[in-house]
Design a protein around this ligand. Sequence first.
Ligand code: ZN
Length: 365
Amino acid sequence: MCSFSKNILIFVSLVLFSSSLNFTKEQKKKEEPKKASVFPKLNQVVLNSKSEKKKEEGKPKQVVSEKKTRKRIKGEIVEKQEELFSFSIAGRKFAQGELLFLKIKPLPKILDKLGNFTINWEGQEIPFSQKEGYILTFLPISPEFSKSYGVLELTEKRLFTKNDSKKYEIPVQKTYFATSKVSHLTMDKQYTSDELSEETKAFIKECSDAKAKAFQSKSDLQVESDFEYPVHNPILNSPFYKRRIYNKEKGRPHGGSDFKGGIGDPIYAINDGTVILARPMYYEGNFTVIDHGLELYSLYMHQSEILVKTGDKVKKGDLIGRIGSTGMSTGPHLHLGLRVLGTMIDPLSVVQTDLIEGRNKISRK
Ligand SMILES: [Zn+2]
């Protein structure tokens, strides 16, 4: 069994375990006297696992011809019904380093009257899109998130009958990120020596300025369906937020997911969007950034070839480049990054599960 499917097995059992944990927590709560909380008015939202008992068991295994859609798993969802609206939040898991997707469904009679609607996630006002009667946005959970819940605040007079706004506690679990000991580096010397030439320093500065400028790009939600893997037959080389320890010194955590591949293997856009950066960089090598809207960007590094240019509109599954080992890289692979509202998120949290479609639907009452 490859480590990837082992991980999935571990994950599935974790999900089952955590949902049973939640159940016992709920039971306990009823028995215990009410404790004063920091946010006494917050509404706790109960986490439900989307993974139901596998119905397919016993049936012959279906072979999926489209390799990029393999290895999808059911995630978790929370749902809440209010008087004038309902909402659901879907995620692979509600944990550090994961991306959640929020769908709010106001009653049709108030939909056109929502004037000053705002969404705050952990005290920060975040952008959202309005599509087909829904209000949609992403809720990133930083890998460094330190509480057991995040606070979602919805504000709009017409949404609530009594107050202008309401806060909800969204559960956040701990993620155990990997570490590995490395005794030597196989990196090119130019990336490990302490002395950099003035020319190199200037190039690094230019690269970092170009990146900062690109990440200022703000757009409406550009995706209509779920994310897909960027490569055929995705095999993970190095997971998100893995810390390498060189000679007892902790290195910076890994900002993305590395996929196995050979030089020249195709790289596909993980979803619809606009190319906002496509150029050689010092660390990232041949680098492409796609803006998917609402400050969600996918990052593709170390390519041998870039096949798109800044300003191009791309569709999910479009060929955008080829795997390589350019920049700070020890061998051919694709480093896929996901940046959401300035936070690095595990890209597998979007390519591995259904966030946009699937069960994240709200039943209207
Ligand atoms: Zn990487």
